[in-house]
Each structure stands twice: as C-alpha cells, then as structure tokens.
Design a protein around this ligand. Structure first.
Ligand code: IMP
Length: 434
C-alpha cells in the first residue's frame, strides 16, 4: 500500500512559505513532525488578523487534533522551545504534552554553540557562511563528534546533564580562549539554567520514532515538515554555504525514525521567484531595481534574523534538481501576488558557462554559471483576492503553467497572500484536501 503520509520540503534556499502550507495540510493529518534543522527556521502562519512565527515548534499546533513531534534529527534549543510554548499559550494556543512530543535522541543546542557560531563567523570575515547564529552548525558538529554531544535524554536528567555539561563547557572555554581569545563562560550558571530548562522540557520527552512508527502502522497520517530549503542541504546544497542538516525528503527517515517507504507524497515548495539569505552562489540574483522591488513587495526580510534577503528570478534548473532529489509529486507555488505589476517576468530555463550549455544543476560547480532566461508578459492586476485558478489573469496562469512544464511536476497549490484563505487548490492530488 502506498503511504498516505505527506512530506513538505522547500525546493529553493528556504523561506518558501512552508508554515502556511503545513498549516493547511495538517488539517488532513494526525501528526506533524519536524526532522531537520532547528531554530534557524522561521515558519509563519497567518490566521485571520493573527500572525504567528514559529522557529522550532511544528506548525501543526494550530489544529487541535494534531500531535506535533520534534524528531531526533532536529537541533533542539530548549530556550527557544520554552519561549515559543509560553508565547503560544499567552495567545490562547495551549500545547501540552499530549500535543507535543520531543525526541529523547535529539541533540541540544547549548549557549556555547551559539557563541561558537558567532565567533567563527566573525573570524571568517568576507568568507563567512552568513549563518543565522543559532548555533546550528556547532551543535551538529558535536553530534557527529559524539563525546561532546548533549542530547535531550541528558538534558532532562540532572545527574547525567551536570557532569557532561561541566566537562564539555570546560573544553569549549579552552577552545574559545585559544582560537578567539574569548573570556570564559560561567559554567555553574549554565548548569543551573539548563537543569531548570530540562525540568520544563521533561513532560514532553518521548521515544518519538516508536511513536511515529506505531501511529503509521495504525493507519494514522503523518506530515513531515521540512525546514530550510533543499539548496541548503548539507550534502546536496551549495556547500559550504549550506546549513548542517539533511533538508530534502531523504532526511525524513534518519531525522524522524520512520522507514523510507513512509515518506509519502512529497510536496515541493517554491516561491514564484527566488530568494537567498546569507552568502553563496545565486545564479538568478537581481542585485538591482527588480530585486529591490521583489524584496519590498514580498517583505523579504528574514523571519529569524530580520536580514534583507537577496532576491531574483525563478530558477527552473535549480528546482528541477531539487524536485528530483526529493521525489516531488507536486509543487506548491507561493507569493505569486508579489510579481503583480511587473511588465515582464523571467524564468531561468538553462545555464551556460561561456559558450557551453549546462542543463544540470551541479552544486559543486557553480563558478562561471550564467542563467539563460525566458521572458513572459507580466500582469498588473491585484490577485490577492483570487479564490480559483480561473480567476487569475491570463498572464499569471501562463506563468504557472510554464513553471509546471519546466519543472515537470503539477502545481498543486497557488498561494496569493499570507492568510489561510488565500490558497488556490489547483492540481493537488493530496488525499482529503478540499
Ligand atoms: P545556519 O543554518 O544558521 O548554519 O545557516 C547556514 C545558511 O543557511 C545561511 O545562509 C542561512 O541564512 C541559511 N538558513 C538557515 N536556515 C534558514 C531558513 O530557515 N531559511 C532560509 N535560510 C536559512
């Protein structure tokens, strides 16, 4: 039997509007599970006149019937988790341990990870990655290093946490003093703070892999909520200007503890254009009036860091690559409304390096890549009120049709505004979606 689960992955460099589509699809799912990244993500959900920005807590929390899971593959920051849970409760969204389970095997982001992230970036000067400074890379570094890792199972047991944290923080103090001439961190204060945080987190901690496998065996439906975008994947992205986890649908089994056959139908998220935060190659970037216009109209400033995003045209070469990597069944196209008012719109259909045509995206060979564009007529109408595909102006419909052709996948949803209601169901085949 084919899996009824759904996986949502970003196909560009992140910020494709995952919060909105996860919120919409979680209506027909029983569980929503994060499997990669951590509080570097920024997922927005707009319900009526209320806007929520979540970094770590899954976006299924706005559906009372959904159980939310933070999987073992997540870099778990307890400070952010407690802050987000409190912020949600203050606004009437109470998420107790029946509605949120945190994997005991997830790795914990500690204060020295954030410090190392900032110190390392500052030392790199122009060569910096442009991270979110949330300690993501150093946390995953300790995971792979093993002996210096602190997992959620340690965090919630003071007898395990205190000695491990003391030993590791002492190593970090020596390292930071030697490498960056940094003053020592107060280890006693850190131990006290994290023992207290562990107490607050303990009620939520579970064997989430077993929980998800049992749920799937019982016929429940899981939505796997990707973070970041596939071009930031640690293996398949534009290395080294990437994040440190497995962002594509290939990360779902390892990051959540289910089998590869349970990834289900993969919905690939794209913006109608492209954005990128931080350093690294970006072939279709428009560092000009067009890019500025997209940034202002699309409010393209980071949800997590507030940084202005780099903006450019849609890149079909890159999206074909990431859609193939994740086995994408259908696309969800967001922010089409941002392109309204342009005389013409462009899409990159292939690359060139000098006179040579480059058909395939090669994340390891981006030097000298120049996009070749196809130009289409723009549209001037405000489309934010369109409820059906037929309501869109002809030029906007042609643009969406061309994206489908170039990527070779149907567009299931078209988003024309941030609100829940501003989503057009187009060619979606996701079971149960009305
Ligand atoms: P890190 O994940 O904080 O280490 O940052 C590595 C790179 O990924 C930087 O270019 C960040 O701007 C980018 N990045 C990380 N998370 C996100 C996200 O959720 N959206 C967009 N870019 C992200």
């Amino acid at each position: 039997m084919t899996s009824r689960n759904v996986t949502v992955v970003g196909l560009q460099w992140g910020d494709e509007g995952k919060g909105k589509i996860v919120d919409a699809l979680s209506d027909v799912c029983d569980y929503v599970a994060r499997y990669c990244g951590g509080a570097n993500a920024g997922h927005s959900v707009v319900i009526g006149d209320r806007k929520f920005a979540l970094h770590l807590i899954p976006c299924g929390v706005f559906r009372p019937h959904v159980v939310n899971v933070i999987g073992n593959g997540v870099a778990f920051d307890p400070l952010v988790a407690v802050k987000e849970l409190t912020g949600l409760a203050d606004r009437g969204v109470v998420v107790d341990h029946n509605r949120l389970a945190i994997s005991a095997a997830a790795n914990v982001v500690m204060p020295y990870h954030k410090l190392q992230d900032s110190l390392s970036e500052a030392s790199l000067g122009d060569g910096k990655i442009g991270t979110t400074a949330r300690g993501i890379g150093p946390c995953y570094g300790d995971k792979v290093n093993r002996s210096t890792a602190i997992r959620v199972a340690d965090l919630i047991d003071p007898d395990l946490l205190a000695p491990k944290l003391r030993a590791t923080a002492a190593i970090k103090n020596k390292m930071f003093a030697a490498l960056y001439d940094a003053p020592p961190m107060d280890i006693d204060a850190m131990v006290n703070e994290y023992v207290a945080l562990g107490r607050q987190i303990r009620p939520y901690v579970a064997n989430t892999g077993a929980m998800l496998r049992k749920a799937i065996a019982a016929g429940k439906r899981v939505l796997f909520e990707g973070g970041q975008g596939s071009l930031l994947d640690v293996d398949h992205g534009t290395f080294p200007f990437v994040t440190s986890s497995s962002v594509t649908s290939c990360g779902v089994p390892t990051g959540s503890g289910v089998s590869p056959g349970d990834v289900g139908q993969v919905v690939g998220l794209i913006k109608a254009y492209t954005t990128r935060v931080g350093s690294g190659p970006f072939p279709t970037e428009q560092d000009n009036a067009i890019g500025n216009r997209i940034r202002e109209r699309g409010r393209e400033y980071g949800t997590t860091t507030g940084r202005p995003r780099r903006c450019g045209w849609f890149d079909a070469v890159a999206v074909r690559y990431t859609a193939d990597l994740s086995g994408v069944a259908e696309l969800s196209l967001s922010l089409l409304d941002v392109l309204s008012g342009l005389d013409e719109v462009k899409l990159a259909v292939r690359y060139r390096r000098g006179r040579q045509v480059v058909e395939d995206f090669d994340a390891a060979a981006m030097d000298g890549i120049e996009p070749e564009y196809e130009t289409m007529p723009g549209w001037s109408e405000d489309i934010t009120g369109c409820l059906r595909f037929e309501d869109l102006p002809a030029a906007a419909r042609s643009y969406v049709n061309r994206v489908e052709q170039l990527v070779g996948r149907p567009v299931g949803f078209v988003s024309v505004g941030p609100e829940r209601t501003q989503t057009i169901r187009h060619h979606t085949k996701i079971e149960g979606v009305r």
